[in-house]
Design a binder for this molecule. Structure first.
Ligand code: F6R
Length: 608
């Protein structure tokens, strides 16, 4: 979704802004722009399409100055044209604004401004903010405080004004903003990825904060103008991890980073001495956890698939009933939630608007609230009372891969911890813990499958507009995830289904060559799954199975085996998803598509 960068420092701002925007590209966007405060006017460059278009203009028309703002826009109000790109200005060109989010009173404000004779130059809600700021007098911070009560909805905004030299003002209600404190420079961005090249000292703004940022310092006030203090945090992200490091795509790099990401996540929470899980210090009050009678997991997209696996893990290991909800449904369905319900928001970014709203609802209902999240300091991180950090490092490819598998492991750790709290732990749990420690090696083996396997997989899948992914039990969510990976980056329709349900409808799709991808690793229900595969095979389907390579009964039946090593049943989802990630990746590459930034998608969905 949209990306923001602002710079107040001693260097030329345009290269800094473009570099920041380049690092935010992964969020998904369809136009881009920068504004620089020049000596006597604000100068703006904008371009529809990819950042390269904007960069080309910037080379042809250098803008000089040391204060500026930049933006990548994912269109909401108005088409992705140059006129609707940000920064937007007021009619006098004295104020420029970049904005993430949506103004819900857009229609009212627009009507008011048009009735007052303001000529609007775009279809955006962002221009309305610039116009409101431009219609006031005084320092920019004062203007913002005056305009804030007029803004309804979700917004993260950075503004500059020709009348207030050397100053950026940033304010948020919903989408995140983070300030980077540098040497002789300060920055602000929608996401730390845009800052880590220049500084690791950051301040996460809270909702309602208004920050005045100049080269020399940062002051933060609340909506009533009172100064507030926010902690300065030191990021532990290695900026190198947000580079492609020789890989053709971020997605491939991130798939290959999974063994390390898993190892780091396991090591962070495993108590090697006790051969158990140590989640002490996450933040929960033990008495609240002892009172928990059910669990609700809320998330969106791939993270929601992780929660479906989490339901199996927690129900089996901790014997607690688990509901898994799409956060966008949970927030509007009056869920039965209270002090006895442990609610966990699962999110890679920690900024997904629906997940945050669901978590807020749970918090307000008095539920113990946790998060499994990949970004320290994100909104989910700050909202939850207990946090488990997946140690995947920055995930740049829009299609989530390493964040997903680390979420699976995190959910297993939570399940084991709840098991212990509930007095259910046994000596036998050591085997599972040992298997968990060996899991990164198993993922390495899954990654080592030969290229020809995927070449054949591409042949079987890429020429068909539709395919079906089947799984049972704990592997059913992996069928959903495999299908989602394929459709989001290859634009081929794929559906994930519980294999036993296939006869109740989807089998009608099957005809000669129709690709069916099955999760056929060794489980108690493998024979049943093979029975389902025979049914589609006899109707002409091409079959691809994720399976241990020595499973002769699978190899006999299918056209292609995507090999994975044998692992403990509860860990199979982590290993089984790897070849499906790679299959989706190779299909998208074969089709010549933009793997890391698929059309219409955004990495971090900060609006409803
Ligand atoms: C798909 C994908 C999305 C996200 C979803 C939630 O590959 O990445 O489906 O999983 O938008 O995002 P987070 O986990 O950041 O809350």
């Amino acid at each position: 979704m949209c990306g923001i960068i602002g710079y107040a420092g001693s260097h030329e701002t345009v290269p800094v802004l473009l570099d920041g925007l380049r690092r935010l590209e992964y969020r998904g966007y369809d136009s881009a722009g920068v504004a620089v405060a020049g000596d006597d006017e604000i100068r703006i460059l904008r371009a529809a399409g990819k950042l390269a278009n904007l960069e080309e203009r910037a080379y042809g028309c250098p803008l000089r100055g040391t204060l500026g703002i930049g933006h990548t826009r994912w269109a909401t109000h108005g088409a992705p044209t140059e006129a609707n790109a940000h920064p937007q200005t007021d009619s006098g060109g004295r104020v420029a604004v970049v904005h993430n989010g949506i103004l819900e009173n857009y229609a009212t404000l627009r009507h008011e401004l048009l009735s007052a004779g303001t000529a609007l130059a775009s279809d955006t809600d962002t221009e309305l903010i610039a116009q409101l700021l431009g219609s006031r007098e005084g320092p920019l911070l004062e203007r913002v405080l005056g305009v804030l009560p007029r803004l309804e909805g979700q917004y993260a905004v950075v503004a500059l004004s020709q009348d207030d030299p050397g100053t950026l003002v940033a304010f948020r209600n919903g989408p995140p903003l983070v300030i980077g404190l540098g040497a002789d420079e300060n920055l602000v961005a929608s996401d730390v990825t845009a800052l880590v090249q220049r500084t690791r000292r950051v301040i996460f703004l809270e909702n309602g904060d208004v920050a005045r940022i100049s080269r020399d310092g940062v002051t933060i006030v609340a909506g009533d103008g009172q100064v507030v203090q926010r902690p300065v945090e030191e990021l532990d992200w290695d900026p190198g991890r947000a580079e492609k490091s020789g890989y053709r795509h971020f997605m491939l790099k991130e798939i290959c980073e999974q063994p390390d990401a898993l190892r780091n996540t396991v090591v962070a929470y495993l108590d090697a001495e006790r051969q158990g899980v140590n989640l002490d210090g996450l933040g929960f009050d033990p008495r609240r956890i002892a009172a928990v009678r059910k669990v609700q997991l809320v998330a969106c997209g791939t993270s929601w698939h992780a929660c479906l696996v989490g339901k199996f893990l927690i129900e089996q290991l901790a014997q607690l009933p688990v509901d898994v909800d799409y956060a966008s449904e949970y927030r509007y369905r009056s869920p039965l939630v209270g002090g006895e319900t442990l609610v966990v928001g699962v999110s890679q970014s920690g900024e997904t608007a629906d997940t945050l709203a669901a978590m807020e609802l749970a918090r307000d209902a008095g539920a113990p609230l946790g998060t499994i999240c990949n970004v320290r300091g994100s909104s989910a991180w700050r909202l939850a009372e207990a946090r488990l950090l997946t140690q995947a490092g920055p995930e740049v490819g829009v299609a989530s891969t390493k964040a997903f598998t680390t979420q699976l492991v995190a959910l297993l750790l939570v399940a084991l911890a709840l098991r212990r709290t509930r007095g259910l732990a046994t000596e036998g749990d050591r085997d599972l813990v040992t298997a968990l420690q060996r899991l990164p090696l198993a993922v390495e083996q899954a990654l080592a499958a030969p290229d020809e396997v995927f070449r054949r997989g591409v042949e079987l899948v890429s020429e068909h507009e539709d395919s079906l992914f089947l799984g049972r039990g704990i592997l059913y969510p992996i069928a959903l995830e495999g299908a989602l990976k394929l459709k989001e980056i290859s634009y081929l329709h794929a559906e994930g289904y519980p294999a036993g349900e296939m006869k109740h409808g989807p089998i009608a799709l099957v005809q000669e060559g129709f690709p069916v991808v099955a999760l056929a690793t060794q489980t108690a229900t493998r024979d049943k799954l093979l029975g389902n595969l025979m049914e589609v095979r006899s109707r002409g389907a091409s079959l691809i199975a994720v399976s241990e390579p020595d499973a002769a009964e699978v190899a006999r039946l299918v056209d292609l085996v995507l090999p994975v090593p044998p692992v403990q049943h509860l860990l199979q989802p982590v290993v089984a998803v790897v070849p499906l990630q790679l299959l989706a990746y190779h299909v998208a590459v074969e089709l010549g598509l933009d793997v890391d930034q698929p059309r219409n998608l955004a990495k971090s969905v900060t609006v409803e």
